[in-house]
Design a protein around this ligand. Structure first.
Ligand SMILES: *[C@@H]1O[C@H](CO)[C@@H](O)[C@H](O)[C@H]1NC(C)=O
Ligand SMILES: *[C@@H]1O[C@H](CO)[C@@H](O)[C@H](O)[C@H]1NC(C)=O
Ligand SMILES: *[C@@H]1O[C@H](CO)[C@@H](O)[C@H](O)[C@H]1NC(C)=O
Ligand SMILES: *[C@@H]1O[C@H](CO)[C@@H](O)[C@H](O)[C@H]1NC(C)=O
Ligand SMILES: *[C@@H]1O[C@H](CO)[C@@H](O)[C@H](O)[C@H]1NC(C)=O
Length: 484
């Protein structure tokens, strides 16, 4: 046997026996960039009612940790991009791990499995901002986890955007996959480090964005029910973008000698508003196709029969997200801002689309809305200034061609903007004035697909709700001393 063969066999054995193979099952990203948050108990119930087994968050916010505590749900927490630089200091990383991992983990409260280091730090639009500081941060966090004695079960990884390898110029077909030229060496070092620590590589894959970015993209290729324009690659027929994108990464990993590194999908989903291709019908088509494939453990052509580890994006709509990438950014939720399902799905991983369970006992503000006065002139001189003001602060992304409120007449659109602002401001009287153009109405003017928001009662500040950790710790110490 050649040395190459021995290595191949060892790798194969490693895949079968490896304790660090990514545990599959469905996860959901829970982002909190919202003007109003549901109470953590409501979220906890929502997660449990829908059989969600894994949750990924974008920081280590104590309020989020509280919702996840005691649920047994596997959690991926994260170091945000703006903390990467600080994590280049080993002492700071050690403190982060102590405060945000070990204290929850040791008490057995939150089932932390992963730490995401940064979020899409090598995204092309970030330029070189995070290029030099991400890998040192990853090393420091994993080393701090190892030193804290939890490195065997908690792994650090970097959630990448697929643009670290996805490029039609470099990679016309999946088998040509390789990492982007400007970061190729860095990616190779990172992949090597992940592998030596038994961590997976995480990547975010968005067929919706491919469709959004290219008018010539064949729409059926974004879904999972066949296409007239499959991609042919060495005799393999790719009928959907997900498979092609995933296998491009497999090829890129293979080229640097880590073709078997476990791959985790950090984010994948379909938005429901803010763009002509973002609606509930298409989102349901995407999720039903994708979730059935996952449940069937179909894998991809280069990794067939694989249980892929996936975190859907996302749990709830986030009305305060930046719309720089596009207005659809605020509509990625499987559930609406108030925790109500938009379409049937199966978040427990079974693949049988069924009605989801909405958030229970949601508390709303008084049923009243801010509208343009019936006698106000919709073409008056200050109307556009006021609408622009409202929409610069509140969420008006449902307005526009092909969107849920795209069918409103001009008066309706103005009212929509005024109400969005009024609700965001918790129906504060002064927020429904707009130079005398607006008035409060108790008549529900939602119509057709266009929903005039009634905001939820804001959850009390998390500061007063923090865990009595120090007491728990004292208790454990006392028990420990008593036992020995
Ligand atoms: C722990 O995480 C929180 C939330 O992300 C952050 O604000 C805090 O600074 C972190 N703690 C340390 C010691 O870095
Ligand atoms: C990153 O490091 C390289 C090599 O040490 C250096 O040339 C470059 O200026 C650094 N870039 C940034 C953004 O710090
Ligand atoms: C959803 O979007 C697709 C593509 O733009 C469109 O054909 C379809 O009519 C839309 N469905 C609804 C219910 O808006
Ligand atoms: C428009 O706004 C200006 C400045 O606030 C105000 O002086 C003016 O009276 C307004 N015009 C109307 C028609 O309301
Ligand atoms: C307003 O009407 C919409 C659409 O008919 C409905 O979904 C919503 O529940 C109503 N809101 C209230 C507070 O009645």
């Amino acid at each position: 046997m050649t040395a190459r063969w021995v290595l191949a066999c060892l790798l194969a054995i490693n895949i079968v026996l490896s304790p660090w193979a990514v545990e599959a099952g469905l996860g959901v990203n829970w982002g909190t960039v919202t003007t109003h948050r549901l109470p953590h108990d409501t979220i906890k119930q929502l997660l449990q009612d829908n059989g969600i087994k894994k949750v990924k968050i974008f920081d280590a916010d104590p309020a989020s940790m509280k919702a996840l505590a005691g649920t047994g749900i596997e959690v991926m927490i994260a170091v945000p991009n703006d903390m990467l630089s600080a994590m280049n200091d080993h002492g700071v990383a050690t403190k982060w791990v102590k405060e945000n991992v070990t204290r929850y983990h040791s008490a057995g409260e939150v089932n932390i499995k992963y730490v995401g280091v940064g979020n899409e730090p090598f995204l092309k639009s970030y330029g070189s901002d995070f290029l030099n500081i991400t890998f040192p941060a990853l090393k420091n966090i994993q080393n701090a986890l190892n030193e804290a004695g939890v490195g065997n079960t908690i792994k650090a990884t970097i959630p990448f955007n697929a643009d670290v390898y996805e490029s039609p110029i470099y990679n016309p077909v999946p088998s040509a996959g390789k990492f982007r030229d400007d970061i190729a060496d860095l990616m190779e070092q990172i992949v090597k480090f992940l592998s030596s620590n038994g961590a997976p590589i995480a990547v975010n894959i968005y067929p919706f964005l491919s469709l959004y970015q290219s008018a010539s993209f064949p729409i059926d290729y974004a879904f999972f029910d066949g296409t007239n324009s499959p991609l042919l690659d060495n005799g393999i027929e790719y009928t959907n973008l997900f498979d092609a994108n995933f296998d491009t990464l497999v090829s890129a990993l293979d080229k640097v000698g880590f073709g078997h590194l476990p791959i985790m999908i950090g984010e994948i989903g379909w938005p429901t508003d803010g763009n002509a291709n973002a609606n509930v019908t298409l989102a349901e088509r995407f999720y039903s196709g994708f979730l059935k494939r996952l449940a069937a453990k179909q894998g991809t052509p280069l990794r067939p029969n694989t249980d892929i580890d996936v975190y859907l994006f996302g749990l709830l709509d986030e009305d305060a997200k930046s719309v720089a990438p596009g207005d659809f950014e605020r509509h990625w939720g499987i559930f609406t801002y108030d925790g109500q399902p938009k379409f049937p799905a199966d978040l427990s991983g079974g693949g049988q689309m069924k009605a989801l369970v909405g958030a229970k006992d949601v508390k709303y503000l008084t049923p009243k809305w801010c509208v343009l006065k019936p006698d106000a002139d919709a073409n008056g001189e200050n109307v556009s200034t006021n609408v622009n003001f409202a929409c610069a602060h509140a969420d008006c992304t449902a307005l526009g061609f092909g969107r849920s409120c795209g069918g409103l007449d001009p008066r309706g659109s103005i009212s929509y903007a005024f109400n969005a602002y009024y609700q965001m401001k918790n129906q504060n009287d002064e927020s429904c004035d707009f130079g005398g153009l607006a008035t409060v109405s108790t008549q529900n003017i939602s119509r057709g697909s266009c929903f005039f928001k009634l905001q939820i009662v804001p959850a009390p500040s998390s500061a007063s709700n923090s865990f009595p950790w120090s007491h728990l710790l004292t208790l454990f110490l006392v028990i420990g001393i008593w036992m020995f």
